[in-house]
Design a binder for this molecule. Structure first.
Ligand code: ZN
Length: 134
């Protein structure tokens, strides 16, 4: 099973970055026409999701994560002071499984593959693997 890695440099403490182009290039380089792609971020305070990359919706996603993780006395903050970032990453998830057809992750018209930085700015590593249909 081929695995392609690439890195993304984030520039803010919290932001959403469109990584669709890099993922499609990684999948296209593997020479597998049909199968399943796994897109994974190898971090504890970073996440990935698929949805529309529209400025207002991106702001809403960050606000939602802020609202469900803020204003509490998290135990992890006693040792690392970034419980919010971990909990946001857990809520969104760190991997995606997506169908591959014609050597491309199949996406609907408005769907994009989006990385969520929750404790940046940092360099983030993305792993893309594809399991062939046969
Ligand atoms: Zn931590």
């Amino acid at each position: 099973m081929p695995i392609v890695r690439f890195s993304v440099s984030t520039s803010r403490s919290r932001e959403v970055v469109d990584i669709t182009r890099q993922v499609q290039e990684a999948v296209g380089s593997m020479g597998i026409e049909e199968g399943l792609a796994c897109i994974c971020v190898a971090h504890c305070t970073c996440a990935v999701y698929v949805n529309e990359y529209e400025r207002g919706l991106v702001a809403d996603v960050l606000r939602l994560i802020e609202e469900i993780t803020t204003h509490r006395e998290w135990q992890h903050d006693r040792i690392d002071d970034n419980a919010q970032a971990h909990l946001g990453a857990i809520a969104i998830g760190n991997s995606l499984t997506m169908p591959v057809t014609d050597s491309t992750v199949e996406l609907a018209t408005w769907q994009r593959i989006l990385l969520v930085e929750l404790d940046g700015p940092r360099q983030r590593n993305v792993l893309v693997s594809v399991v062939a249909d046969r």
